[in-house]
Write a protein that binds this ligand. Structure first.
Ligand code: AMP
Ligand code: MG
Length: 340
């Protein structure tokens, strides 16, 4: 039952102290990060973490990422920090990279869904870091949205999704990366495995490690779900039906039923735009140039906006590249369009 009054807080020093005290006392706060907004709680307090699952309607078999502000906080969470993890942390922390390591006994089972591993990230967002420092706690934080819905990249997205279920949202403006972190499993450091494409391209990880990174492919089987439980197939989903296209067919503009909208990766050339407008078709685009960082930054915001508008169907174009943030963009779009 939604019963709470949900307030959005501006990031004043007083509010930061107040929200940090709420976290230290076992409360929840929705926080901005460079990836998406997170719903944070003290990672070492099982009751606080349980409240995250309740507020989101998140199943207990989907573990949480733990966020730290300093490397010294890692010792409390992970039993070892292999050279491969050090190299990646050196290159990409603070930033949108999550490392899966062996966990210590201090990390509650509810955080890791009973797995012997823990997922850890050092975020770059100054407000998130400040709350970790002021609260003095590592913070568990999944995306601050109802489970399965589109991830939030503004404070308003959080409020629209979780109003009545949480009391506090810290407003840090729009998230600059716009997709979740890349997750790499380093439990066997000699054989790193990419569990989720995200804000750091896999080729950058491979280049830092000096070896290829195995990518978990396509639809996951039941047996691999325990390893990457958040990779449940249907996820990030708008309520409006979403249809994907490798490339938007040229014919679509003449035959698009009214009530349907097309979401392109980039702004069409001027002459095409003129003929689309002449045909009366509705469209939107994710970037001016097709740059994957710009597309990623705008992706969830565009899906949230189109889903609030009364379209009967959204046609979205997939990113045409496997480089940069292309795989992360397509992973989110494919899961958003999945039926189950
Ligand atoms: P999010 O829902 O964006 O917070 O991402 C959390 C995801 O991180 C989960 O859904 C899992 O895919 C992954 N994850 C978290 N903890 C672990 C872990 N201990 N082992 C493997 N994957 C994990
Ligand atoms: Mg999420």
């Amino acid at each position: 039952m939604p019963t709470k009054i949900t307030r959005i807080y501006r990031p004043t020093p007083t509010n930061l102290r107040r929200l940090a005290a709420r976290l230290a006392g076992g409360g929840l706060v929705a926080v901005p990060s460079e990836t998406v907004y997170g719903l944070a709680a003290d990672a070492l307090n099982p009751n606080a973490c349980k409240a995250i699952f309740t507020a989101k309607g998140r199943p207990a078999n989907d573990p949480l990422i733990v966020h730290i502000a300093h490397l010294r906080q890692l010792a409390e969470l992970a039993t070892d920090f292999p050279p491969e993890a050090k190299a990646l942390a050196n290159a990409f922390w603070p930033g949108p990279l999550t490392l899966v390591l062996r966990k210590t006994a201090a990390v509650p089972d509810i955080v890791t869904s009973g797995l012997p591993s823990v997922a850890v990230r050092m975020p770059a967002h100054p407000l998130f870091r400040k709350l970790i420092q002021l609260s003095g706690r590592p913070l568990a934080a999944p995306s601050a949205n109802p489970f399965g819905y589109i991830s939030p990249t503004t404070a308003l997205h959080v409020k629209n999704g979780l109003s009545g279920h949480i009391a506090a949202i810290l407003d840090g403006g729009p998230c600059p990366v716009g997709v979740e972190s890349t997750i790499i499993d380093l439990r066997n450091p000699a054989k790193p495995v990419l569990l989720r494409p995200g804000g750091i391209p896999v080729e950058a990880l491979a280049s830092t490690l000096g070896r290829p990174v195995k990518v978990l492919q396509s639809r996951l089987h039941e047996s691999t779900r325990a390893e990457a439980p958040g990779m449940l197939w249907k996820h990030y989903s708008p309520r409006t039906p979403l249809v994907l296209h490798e490339k938007i067919p040229a014919s679509i503009w003449q035959s698009l039923p009214s009530g349907e909208v097309v979401l392109l990766q980039k702004k069409p050339a001027a002459n095409l735009l003129t003929s689309i407008k002449a045909a009366g078709a509705c469209l939107s685009w994710l970037s001016e140039s097709g740059d994957t960082e710009e597309v990623a930054k705008n992706l969830f915001d565009a899906l949230q906006r189109l889903d609030r508008e009364a379209w009967t169907r959204i046609h979205a174009e997939l990113a045409p590249t496997k480089k940069g943030l292309g795989p992360a963009i397509n992973d989110r779009l494919i899961r958003a369009a999945a039926k189950s």
